[in-house]
Design a protein around this ligand. Structure first.
Ligand SMILES: [Zn+2]
Length: 159
Protein backbone atom coordinates (compact mmCIF):
# COMPACT_ATOMS: atom_id res chain seq x y z
CA UNK A 1 0.00 0.00 0.00
CA UNK A 2 2.74 2.36 1.00
CA UNK A 3 4.64 1.61 -2.16
CA UNK A 4 1.62 2.09 -4.29
CA UNK A 5 0.97 5.51 -2.83
CA UNK A 6 4.58 6.40 -3.37
CA UNK A 7 4.31 5.23 -6.94
CA UNK A 8 1.14 7.17 -7.46
CA UNK A 9 2.69 10.28 -6.07
CA UNK A 10 5.69 9.86 -8.35
CA UNK A 11 3.43 9.32 -11.30
CA UNK A 12 1.47 12.42 -10.43
CA UNK A 13 4.61 14.52 -10.04
CA UNK A 14 5.98 13.30 -13.32
CA UNK A 15 2.77 13.85 -15.24
CA UNK A 16 1.31 16.70 -13.27
CA UNK A 17 0.95 19.09 -16.15
CA UNK A 18 -0.51 16.48 -18.39
CA UNK A 19 -3.00 15.37 -15.75
CA UNK A 20 -4.07 18.92 -14.98
CA UNK A 21 -4.44 19.63 -18.67
CA UNK A 22 -6.61 16.56 -19.08
CA UNK A 23 -8.78 17.51 -16.16
CA UNK A 24 -9.26 20.98 -17.54
CA UNK A 25 -10.22 19.60 -20.92
CA UNK A 26 -12.60 17.17 -19.37
CA UNK A 27 -14.21 19.97 -17.39
CA UNK A 28 -14.53 22.17 -20.48
CA UNK A 29 -16.04 19.34 -22.48
CA UNK A 30 -18.50 18.41 -19.79
CA UNK A 31 -19.14 21.74 -18.20
CA UNK A 32 -22.67 22.18 -19.50
CA UNK A 33 -23.40 18.56 -18.94
CA UNK A 34 -22.08 18.65 -15.41
CA UNK A 35 -24.02 21.76 -14.52
CA UNK A 36 -27.16 20.20 -15.96
CA UNK A 37 -26.51 17.05 -14.01
CA UNK A 38 -26.03 18.95 -10.80
CA UNK A 39 -29.21 20.86 -11.38
CA UNK A 40 -31.12 17.72 -12.17
CA UNK A 41 -29.63 15.92 -9.22
CA UNK A 42 -30.62 18.79 -6.98
CA UNK A 43 -34.13 18.95 -8.37
CA UNK A 44 -34.61 15.22 -7.96
CA UNK A 45 -33.16 15.07 -4.49
CA UNK A 46 -34.12 18.43 -3.04
CA UNK A 47 -35.78 16.87 -0.03
CA UNK A 48 -33.00 14.43 0.72
CA UNK A 49 -30.34 17.10 0.32
CA UNK A 50 -32.19 19.41 2.69
CA UNK A 51 -32.55 16.51 5.11
CA UNK A 52 -28.85 15.77 4.84
CA UNK A 53 -27.95 19.37 5.52
CA UNK A 54 -30.25 19.44 8.50
CA UNK A 55 -28.84 16.20 9.80
CA UNK A 56 -25.31 17.40 9.25
CA UNK A 57 -26.09 20.53 11.20
CA UNK A 58 -27.72 18.61 14.01
CA UNK A 59 -24.90 16.10 14.23
CA UNK A 60 -22.27 18.83 14.24
CA UNK A 61 -24.17 21.56 16.01
CA UNK A 62 -21.64 22.07 18.76
CA UNK A 63 -18.71 22.06 16.39
CA UNK A 64 -20.38 24.50 14.00
CA UNK A 65 -21.28 26.81 16.88
CA UNK A 66 -17.70 26.63 18.10
CA UNK A 67 -16.45 27.54 14.64
CA UNK A 68 -18.80 30.50 14.43
CA UNK A 69 -17.74 31.66 17.86
CA UNK A 70 -14.10 31.42 16.85
CA UNK A 71 -14.74 33.28 13.60
CA UNK A 72 -16.66 36.02 15.38
CA UNK A 73 -13.65 36.64 17.58
CA UNK A 74 -11.31 37.22 14.65
CA UNK A 75 -10.82 40.71 13.21
CA UNK A 76 -12.70 39.74 10.08
CA UNK A 77 -15.54 38.29 12.10
CA UNK A 78 -15.82 41.36 14.27
CA UNK A 79 -15.96 43.51 11.14
CA UNK A 80 -18.78 41.38 9.73
CA UNK A 81 -20.82 41.62 12.92
CA UNK A 82 -20.30 45.36 13.10
CA UNK A 83 -21.36 45.78 9.51
CA UNK A 84 -24.53 43.74 9.77
CA UNK A 85 -25.50 45.30 13.09
CA UNK A 86 -24.91 48.72 11.62
CA UNK A 87 -27.10 47.93 8.65
CA UNK A 88 -29.85 46.45 10.74
CA UNK A 89 -29.83 49.32 13.21
CA UNK A 90 -29.60 52.24 10.85
CA UNK A 91 -30.77 51.45 7.37
CA UNK A 92 -33.96 50.08 5.94
CA UNK A 93 -34.19 48.70 2.47
CA UNK A 94 -37.58 49.74 1.20
CA UNK A 95 -37.15 49.63 -2.56
CA UNK A 96 -38.95 52.21 -4.63
CA UNK A 97 -38.06 50.65 -7.95
CA UNK A 98 -36.61 47.43 -9.27
CA UNK A 99 -32.87 46.79 -9.69
CA UNK A 100 -31.59 46.57 -13.25
CA UNK A 101 -28.32 45.88 -14.98
CA UNK A 102 -25.74 48.57 -14.32
CA UNK A 103 -27.56 49.99 -11.34
CA UNK A 104 -26.51 50.76 -7.80
CA UNK A 105 -28.72 51.15 -4.78
CA UNK A 106 -28.99 54.63 -3.40
CA UNK A 107 -30.51 55.43 -0.01
CA UNK A 108 -32.48 58.65 -0.38
CA UNK A 109 -32.99 58.45 3.39
CA UNK A 110 -32.47 55.86 6.10
CA UNK A 111 -35.33 53.70 4.89
CA UNK A 112 -35.88 54.16 1.17
CA UNK A 113 -33.75 52.90 -1.67
CA UNK A 114 -33.82 53.87 -5.31
CA UNK A 115 -31.84 51.91 -7.87
CA UNK A 116 -30.17 54.37 -10.16
CA UNK A 117 -27.67 54.20 -12.96
CA UNK A 118 -24.21 53.52 -11.57
CA UNK A 119 -22.68 56.46 -13.40
CA UNK A 120 -25.24 58.89 -12.04
CA UNK A 121 -24.78 57.44 -8.58
CA UNK A 122 -21.04 57.90 -8.63
CA UNK A 123 -21.14 61.35 -10.22
CA UNK A 124 -21.75 63.07 -6.90
CA UNK A 125 -20.05 62.30 -3.62
CA UNK A 126 -22.64 61.84 -0.91
CA UNK A 127 -23.19 60.22 2.46
CA UNK A 128 -26.25 60.03 4.68
CA UNK A 129 -24.03 61.16 7.54
CA UNK A 130 -23.72 64.57 5.87
CA UNK A 131 -27.22 65.64 4.87
CA UNK A 132 -25.90 68.61 2.91
CA UNK A 133 -24.30 66.19 0.43
CA UNK A 134 -27.63 64.44 -0.21
CA UNK A 135 -29.67 67.19 -1.84
CA UNK A 136 -28.26 67.04 -5.33
CA UNK A 137 -27.97 63.26 -5.60
CA UNK A 138 -31.50 62.81 -4.29
CA UNK A 139 -32.77 65.25 -6.86
CA UNK A 140 -31.02 63.23 -9.58
CA UNK A 141 -32.31 59.96 -8.11
CA UNK A 142 -35.90 61.17 -8.04
CA UNK A 143 -35.56 62.58 -11.53
CA UNK A 144 -34.18 59.25 -12.69
CA UNK A 145 -36.96 57.37 -10.96
CA UNK A 146 -39.70 59.48 -12.49
CA UNK A 147 -38.17 59.16 -15.93
CA UNK A 148 -37.74 55.43 -15.44
CA UNK A 149 -41.30 54.91 -14.41
CA UNK A 150 -42.86 57.03 -17.13
CA UNK A 151 -45.36 58.01 -14.50
CA UNK A 152 -46.88 54.53 -14.51
CA UNK A 153 -45.87 53.31 -11.10
CA UNK A 154 -45.64 56.72 -9.52
CA UNK A 155 -48.11 55.72 -6.82
CA UNK A 156 -45.41 53.37 -5.49
CA UNK A 157 -43.38 56.38 -4.47
CA UNK A 158 -46.03 57.52 -2.03
CA UNK A 159 -45.52 54.86 0.55
ZN1 LIG B 1 -26.10 56.67 -2.80
Amino acid sequence: MKNRTKYQRKYYQKNKEHILEQRKEHYQDHKEHTLEQHKEHYQNNKKEIAEQHKKYYQDNKEEIKEQHKKYNKTEKGKETIKRSNHKRRDLGFDQLNKPFEGCESHHINKNHVIFIDRNIHRSIYHTLKKPETMTKINFLALEFLTKDWNGIKIEGLIK
